[in-house]
Design a protein around this ligand. Sequence first.
Ligand code: SF4
Length: 459
Amino acid sequence: MDYLTAEEVRAWQPYPLAPDGVTPRKRARRRMELTGQWAPWQALGRRMAIGCVALEITQRCNLDCTYCYLSESSEALKDIPIEEVFRRVDMIFEHYGAGTGVQVTGGDPTLRKRDELLQIVRYIKSKDMRASLFTNGIKATRSLLEALCEAGLEDVAFHVDLTQRRKGYNTEAELNAVRQAYIERARGLPLSVFFNTTAYPGNFHELPALVRFFIANCDVVRLCSFQLGADTGRGVQRQRVTVSAETVLAAIQEGAQAKLNFGAASAGHSACNRYAYGIVCNGRVYDFYGDPAFVHKMLAATAHLKFDRADKRRAVATMIDFLLRNPRLLAGFASRAAKAAWSGRRDLLAAKGKVGKLSFFVHNFMDACQLDRERAEACSFMVMTPQGPMSMCVHNAKRDDYLLVPAMLKKEHKVMFFNPVTGRLQADKPDKLAVTVTRKNARGRAGKTSQTSAEHISK
Ligand code: SF4
């Protein structure tokens, strides 16, 4: 394995804008080709310019997960000004264009002022990008979700699992009460609902049952995503032991009681992301990607189509219109649909024709001390730093380099600098930013020692 050295990690820079004439998609395709990831199942560079971009609007969180990716400095930092958040949204648009998925995240983004959170979602929507809220759900009330929907939010991803150490919950099965409450909060809203679960040795044995829970709730839940706990950030737990992408894929299929094809479509590096798509009928899961060759044909033929994911009817109409203009693909599609309907006829009858869908996703983050060069170069999950997008895994290995920096703002024709340690605007650019992590603001590993500090010399 070709791991980045410590010097290479330090020297790794955010991506600059593509040169004129190079479209975001062309650039992504070039990255896939150079890293050996260009293949018929590759959506990056074909359908999309990037998987998604994380927009961290706060570093604060009201939980302390044992595998947290945040920096030990996080809780000592003030939220970046909203003007700086808008500037980063502009950069996401300049790099990847309309339709890009923007993860509004943190820390927990609901800790930001409600009005600011709404403004941020509205601004993303105004750029014709897709806003998703990534939250532990504690402060994501029904009223907040409703207001966010009005502002243009399209997805909400709830992170719930045992690594969060929520009081009174000792098993994933017990945590289903929390998940169920979140499902009810989102029910009926025009949102795609996702659940994120960290897969680690402490809950690995419960994953099949958890998958069954998501299947039973697929009338609301659209995607269940499993992230492998990694040795990164401030988290106190670092080991994977029995948990690998392969064992998690097996656990998902055990829970779904179905063989799912996790290789028919992907975005980015195959060692990072694995994705399967299930059709659910009468509680039984059918693999939508059962015929990979046909999936690849459709992926290539529909790469130019723009689906309005916020308007399902319009998305379906786009697909029908396309198929009607392509009779061969229509015939292939119809014969496969008819075959699937015949093999699932008993379930269709029992469910009175009601069919749901549920996607399964496995994200295999890298350990900060073992960053595979090829995967970092093929990364499909960026975080927007003050200087541009950067692979999330590389960013996680040196978060303070992008947190302990002043943000330059224009205020009434004057240039000012936001100091993230004091939370104040100042006329001079600070030379050095340093935080002291005290008992009060210590989380994760910092909580084990009484005092640590981090500093950064501004360039
Ligand atoms: S490099 Fe890391 S963040 Fe990027 S896609 Fe791979 S696992 Fe995800």
